[in-house]
Design a protein around this ligand. Structure first.
Ligand code: CA
Length: 382
């Protein structure tokens, strides 16, 4: 259930820190940052500082950590340190603007099958690219048995609004997000293309027979939801079987959405944002048959990646959603009560353009940033 009216009433001002659990102190500590909330003191441990455009991160069962660089590399970390090793033999990527090598994820049964998944912009002629989901296995550090599972068509010129994140649910379905491609927002309302959508496939790329539009003439069968502008964040809540998404809005109107089968999230028919030149995109913010965001940001913080805090290591944050802010350069904590967003907190201001926040299998939170090029670990001090 989407928290409709309650969500609408909450226009978060990202300028304000006057929210509950307010930050009491926020200052650099030993060239890093710390945040003090009512209940917790968190110190940022900088593990690496030489990234250009990191995008996604995940962990293997042996404790190794993989982090993507948008230019087409995956760096291998172990024991919170860069090993100096990168995965070899990855596909060529269409690296333009926001496109390139994006997310990385491991199969829920990785220990048995060894599949690693990536989302990347596959090059096409004439400076075009198309978001593609590939899986491969590791032989040493080499990516072998590469299988292209699905390509989000049609291919598109340039590199705007490619999403993308990959998550798996409890039943092993793979969801991935794809943006509207920027210069044609109407894509998001058109079920005959793959853009401006969240998609659902089997782990081997097949289209599930119970997807919402498989029987609709001309519709792309992998579509799970539509009307999504540029979803750069997805996270799956295993305990409650919920899929959450954040999408980067225009000027104002970044959204946190609860993603449910077959629903229309409204872009570009309804939005709380305006065009970057100040002109209105649409007169309406709501419409019958279109979902309201659980919350939204005016002005935009430029939402990117996200995670859900399930770990006991951060008791004050358990159940909350953390969102990386690019333009506003912080980690945004949304205090959640079930599916309702109660408030937000700006944390680690000026840490950099935060591309992704993730929770490791052993329950620690990590973030990667652009500009400052960091990998940081959030360490509870007490
Ligand atoms: Ca929307």
């Amino acid at each position: 259930m989407v928290a409709g009216v309650a969500g609408i009433a909450m226009i978060f001002s990202c300028e304000s820190k006057e929210v509950d659990n307010a930050i009491i102190e926020e200052k650099p500590v030993d060239a890093t940052f710390a945040t003090q909330t009512d209940e917790m003191l968190i110190k940022l441990d900088t593990l690496y500082s030489d990234f250009e455009s990191p995008w996604g991160m995940t962990w293997l069962p042996d404790g190794k950590m993989l982090i993507t660089e948008r230019k087409g590399e995956i760096l291998i970390f172990e024991n919170d340190a860069f090993t100096g090793q990168k995965i070899q033999g990855l596909p060529e990527v269409h690296e333009v603007n926001q496109a390139g090598l994006l997310d990385v994820a491991v199969h829920p049964n990785y220990a048995e099958n060894g599949w690693i998944y990536i989302a990347y912009a596959k090059p096409f002629p004439d400076n075009k690219g198309a978001l593609t989901i590939m899986r491969f296995k590791l032989d040493g550090n080499s990516a072998v048995q590469q299988e292209e599972l699905i390509t989000a068509m049609p291919e598109w010129e340039g590199g705007r609004h490619f999403g993308s994140r990959i998550v798996f649910d409890n039943e092993g379905y793979l969801y991935f997000s794809n943006g509207d491609k920027g210069n044609k927002p109407e894509n998001a309302q058109d079920l005959t293309n793959a853009h401006g959508k969240v998609h659902r496939i089997h782990d081997d790329g097949r289209i599930p027979s119970d997807n919402p539009f498989v029987d609709q003439n001309g519709a792309v069968g992998s579509i799970w939801t539509y009307g999504n502008r540029n979803p750069q964040g997805l996270v799956y809540d295993k305990a409650n079987d919920r899929l959450w998404e954040v999408e980067h809005g225009p000027q104002g109107g970044d959204e946190l959405n609860l993603i449910e089968k077959g629903k229309n999230y409204g872009w570009p028919v309804i939005t709380y944002g305006i065009n970057y030149d100040g002109t209105p995109i649409t007169d309406i913010t709501e419409k019958e048959g279109m979902e309201q965001p659980v919350t939204y940001y005016v002005p935009s913080i430029a939402t990117c990646g996200m995670t859900l805090v399930t770990s006991d290591k951060y008791p004050a944050w358990k159940g909350d959603i953390l969102i990386g802010a690019l333009a506003k350069m912080h980690i945004n904590r949304v205090d959640m009560e079930g599916t309702e967003a109660l408030s937000q907190e700006v944390m680690f201001q000026d840490i950099g353009r935060v591309r992704q926040v993730s929770e490791s299998p052993d329950g620690y939170l990590y973030a990667i940033t652009e500009g400052t090029g960091l990998l940081v670990k959030l360490l509870p001090v007490n």
